[in-house]
Ligand binder design. Structure first.
Ligand SMILES: [Zn+2]
Length: 470
């Protein structure tokens, strides 16, 4: 995620909601029943976000069929989720906020369910054996509601616009439009079939699998993201759009879409997105996905999100810096994803440092100059009080996670030299492509590639609440 205003953001309101219902999700009828042992957990195990995601299974694929009427703000939907049980399951949870549920089945047999807050508990007709592959199908309908954290994070999830919807979900807004194991620790592949009134365009991740089909005044778009993706990166942004399609100089498919209000951004976004994608491919390693691009919608979010293959820019004309940032996330955050939110600097520190590298590449400013400007801030500056290596759940997107995260990488580059540093970055991507990463893994690889002992450098930059010594 990148902000146009670099505001400090917090999840206070969201956490208050979570704190109100710590035990709701388990939905165990009575603690005495032994069946509870076979129940999937209501959270995936991230202590900072105890009800995000769920335990007991691993999703392989989401098949989402969405029919949205912007006039009525009504979504009619069906989700088919293919998963594997990682334990015996008498019941398991999904995350879903709002909606009326039409029906739930597991392996084509009707299942019962219960709801509590954003936890949907599914009880299959027969318990699932450990290791069993299963498909849960859920039909649901209603008016999707975004998550609002007015004082800090802003609005995210399924956001209604004047002509459709702007769909950006970090950190946990996927549940506002589909039942999900809504935490980055569980990646899956996605197919989307999105029906909208004729004249509108529906944009999702990956590539279109067929030409849009129109009948009865409605058009259906089918998209497939064939690479693993975390739930917060999924999108179904829809409305009136002008499109430009083609390939980057190196041959990667490039699709850019802009709301007619941002018509003047179309060609530049297309060109710069292609240039950035090609350049990062030479710096970070091969582009991990099958297409690149970007979308500018007219919702004034004041931020952009790095949605896989299609970053979403919320209501502004993106400059080169933020395009470089969001496309760097395709490697850092999207291909390599955090297993726990506390390690978010592995996304944001890297994407922010990529902005500095882009400016260096374009001859605008040296990364060292940018570093020096931040380092000159007084010792009392909040940047030094917030250690970026441990993102706080109530202040996840703090400036330190971005800026001091980027400074950490620059300090490392200075310490080990350009040769080792860029070898490390490419090795990091190659080793963990489409997987998950932790800070400890990065520190270990940095020491291995450089042959240096780096504990003190990382500890000072990532974990101490004070400005590191020069
Ligand atoms: Zn970002």
């Amino acid at each position: 995620m990148g902000s146009t205003r670099r505001i400090a953001v917090s999840l206070t309101a969201l956490l208050a909601v979570i704190a109100c219902s710590p035990s709701d999700g388990a939905a165990a009828p009575t603690p005495a029943k032994p069946v509870a042992e076979d129940a999937g957990a209501p959270g995936i195990g991230d202590a900072d976000f105890p009800l995000d995601g769920n335990g007991g299974y691993d999703v392989a694929h989401y098949g989402l069929r969405l029919d949205y009427d912007p006039g009525k703000r009504h979504l009619n939907a069906a989700a088919a989720i293919q998963a594997k049980a990682t334990q015996r399951l008498s019941r398991f949870n999904l995350d879903l906020a709002g909606f009326d549920i039409g029906g739930v089945s597991v392996d084509a047999r009707e299942a019962t369910y219960s709801r509590s807050g954003d936890e949907l508990t599914v009880i299959p007709a027969q318990p699932l054996a450990k290791g069993a592959k299963f498909t849960v199908k859920i039909t649901y309908s209603g008016s999707p509601q975004p998550i609002k954290d007015a004082t800090n994070l802003g609005t995210y999830g399924w956001i209604t616009t004047s002509d459709g919807a702007f769909v950006v979900c970090e950190p946990n807004g996927a549940k506002t439009w589909f039942p999900a194991n809504d935490h980055p620790a569980d990646k899956a592949r996605f197919d989307f079939e999105i029906t909208v009134p004729q004249g509108l365009t529906a944009l999702a991740n990956g590539e279109m699998t067929a030409k849009p089909e129109t009948s009865g005044g409605k058009t259906t778009f089918t998209w497939r993201e064939k690479h693993p993706m975390v739930t917060y990166l999924a999108t179904a942004t829809l409305g009136r759009f002008e499109l430009r399609e083609g390939r980057t100089t190196s041959g990667i498919a490039n699709l850019v879409a802009v709301d007619p209000e941002f018509r003047s951004s179309l060609d530049r976004l297309y060109t710069v997105s292609g240039q950035v994608t090609d350049y990062w491919s030479t710096v970070f390693g091969p582009y991990p996905f099958s297409s690149t691009g970007g979308v500018v919608d007219n919702f004034p979010a004041g931020y952009a999100l790095e949605n896989q293959t299609k970053p979403m820019y919320g209501g502004f004309d993106p400059d080169e810096g933020i395009i470089a940032h969001e496309l760097a996330h395709q490697w850092f955050g999207n291909s390599l994803s955090v297993r726990r939110w506390r390690d978010l600097w592995l996304n944001e520190g890297f994407a922010t440092y990529a902005e500095w590298l882009w400016h260096e590449h374009r001859g605008k400013s040296r990364a060292q100059q940018v570093f020096d400007n931040f380092y000159a801030r007084p010792a009392t500056d909040p940047l030094w009080g917030y250690p970026p290596g441990r993102a706080k759940p109530k202040d996840l997107f703090n400036e330190s996670v971005y800026t001091r995260g980027a400074m950490t990488l620059h300090a490392l580059r200075t310490e080990i030299g350009d040769g080792a540093f860029f070898r490390l970055i490419r090795q990091w991507n190659a080793d963990h492509r489409y997987g998950h990463v932790t800070t400890a893994q990065f520190v270990a690889l940095a020491e291995k590639v450089s042959g240096k002992q780096l504990d003190r450098l990382f500890d000072a930059w990532l974990f101490q609440p004070r400005r590191p010594a020069a």
